[in-house]
Design a protein around this ligand. Structure first.
Ligand SMILES: *Cc1c(COP(=O)(O)O)cnc(C)c1O
Length: 462
């Protein structure tokens, strides 16, 4: 049986922290989100996939790969038929593998309802939560967002049975388009426009979770550290390998990284048995991780630096705790290292570099000019990281090399037009946005008001 333990389980003698020594099921890890000691849940053992089962997925729809991985983790907790329905409902869009030249490929994870790779994780997590919720009672997701994550989560839960979603966002810190995206999801998803900053929204959500007077409301989170969001992010690596590699080959992935949840999916895929030659993890100018791999000393970037690839403006990645744990170290939420991991082993498996905004722009322009392949800022960081890895390799790399495109270029029209002279085609999901209507609930940054709102809105909904 796979059980989930906390990354903080051995943190003795830290003020205000009681290490959680227990082990929980996937279901508990999913609904609780975080361990009671604020550590991150880790699966043990990591299930193994047979290489022949992976290779047999060549030419087969994406949902089949998802089913293979979901079964490996969840066969003790959900029947195959239920898992099959969950993955088929979750993955009803394309996953293009676009050849750039030779065996260099861009995997486009931007065809979901919010044109971001976060759709992959959020959609499957939403359906798992609906299926695994307690005794069929309504489960209410409360999230704070600074923009894109909230809409991916909201869209993912839209219309999902037994779920309600409340998204808090800072009124004056989201773009006009993000606001529209959040306000108009509708159905069982409601936006709360807060007169405050992102930190205020996060604090309001935190207070609600720790308020015993709200425990009967069945509140849960859906943030990026939930293992229910990591698991689906291991699937596309296995999918890409099955489509692109031959027996006996190794593959290279480059994953533009912020909170490291996406790259962690690749790390788990490798540990499940996928022949990954190297996991490349380029960051933008928030260079705490490449600096650590170079020097062996970890120092978070605080405050984080504002870069063009804005979904990666993270100075201390929340999933770094899981990477450290997997390599034998411990780092806490605040960025304090309690035990360093095996640096040599990490360097053998992971290559990381920082890509500046200048290089990001140059990459968008050059890849378009030379190959007629359109990248946006996050994908360009990924591509540049892959190039720098290949430059650093002494011997040529024979197997496929895949860089991930995590957002749709149409989300960055100004940069794309300036750098390439072309107007990116807007996907249907973004075009539909113009005709959508809906209004948020307006709230001050005051916990008493949020509390009253939740008690009033959610009474009698179960
Ligand atoms: C969230 C996000 C990332 C970073 O992913 P992490 O899992 O946080 O490393 C990269 N690109 C886009 C477009 C994102 O939305």
């Amino acid at each position: 049986m796979i059980r989930y333990y906390s990354t903080n389980r051995s943190l003795e003698g830290v003020a205000g922290l009681t290490p959680f020594k227990g082990r929980v099921s996937f279901r508990e890890a999913l609904i609780q989100g975080q361990a009671p000691d604020e550590g991150l849940f880790m699966p043990e053992p990591i299930p193994a996939l047979a290489l022949d089962d992976i290779l047999a997925l060549k030419g087969v729809p994406y949902a089949q790969t998802a089913l293979l991985v979901a079964e490996a983790f969840l066969k003790d907790e959900l029947p195959r038929e239920a898992l099959k329905k969950i993955v088929e409902d979750s993955y009803n869009f394309d996953v293009p593998l676009e050849r750039v030249f030779d065996r260099m490929v861009v995997m486009r994870l931007d065809r979901g309802p919010t044109a971001s790779f976060k759709d992959f994780a959020a959609r499957m997590m939403a359906r798992l939560m609906s299926r695994l919720r307690d005794g069929g009672k309504r489960l209410n997701v409360l999230v704070a967002t600074s923009g894109d994550t909230g809409s991916a989560v909201g869209e993912a839960f839209k219309g999902v049975e037994g779920m309600g979603v409340y998204i808090l966002y800072p009124r004056n810190e989201v773009s006009g388009m993000q606001k529209k995206q959040l306000d108009t999801i509708g159905d069982n998803v409601l936006a709360l426009s807060v007169d405050g900053k992102f930190d205020d929204c996060q604090n309001l959500v935190k207070q609600a979770f720790s308020d015993p007077g709200l425990s009967h409301l069945n509140l849960t989170s859906a943030n990026s550290i939930n293992f229910g969001r990591i698991l689906p992010q291991s699937i596309y690596y296995i999918y890409a390998y099955a489509q692109l590699a031959g027996k006996g080959e190794e593959i290279v992935f480059s994953v533009p990284s912020g909170n490291f949840g996406n790259a962690l999916g690749c790390e788990y895929a490798r540990r499940m048995g996928l022949p990954v030659r190297m996991l490349v993890m380029p960051t933008n100018e928030n260079d705490e991780f490449p600096n650590y791999l170079r020097t062996g000393v970890y120092e978070k970037v605080s405050p984080s630096r504002a870069c063009l690839s804005n979904a990666m403006n993270v100075g201390h990645p929340s999933n770094l705790a899981r990477f450290f744990e997997l390599y034998g170290g411990t780092v806490d939420r605040t960025g304090v290292v309690h035990a360093y991991p095996d640096l040599e082993e990490m360097r053998r498996r992971i290559f990381s570099v920082s890509v500046s905004d200048e290089e990001t722009k140059e990459t968008i322009r050059r890849v378009w000019d030379r190959h007629r392949v359109l990248l946006e800022p996050h994908g360009a960081v990924g591509w540049r990281g892959l190039e720098l890895y290949l430059d650093a390799c002494r011997a040529p790399v024979a197997g496929p090399c895949v860089s991930l495109e995590t957002a749709h270029p149409a989300k960055f029209p100004d940069e794309i037009i300036e750098l390439t002279g072309i107007i990116p085609e807007v996907p249907q999901s973004m075009r539909d946005l113009e005709t959508r209507t809906g209004a948020p609930v307006e709230l001050p940054a005051d916990y008493g008001r949020l509390r009253a709102f939740l008690l009033d809105t959610l009474k009698g909904t179960d």
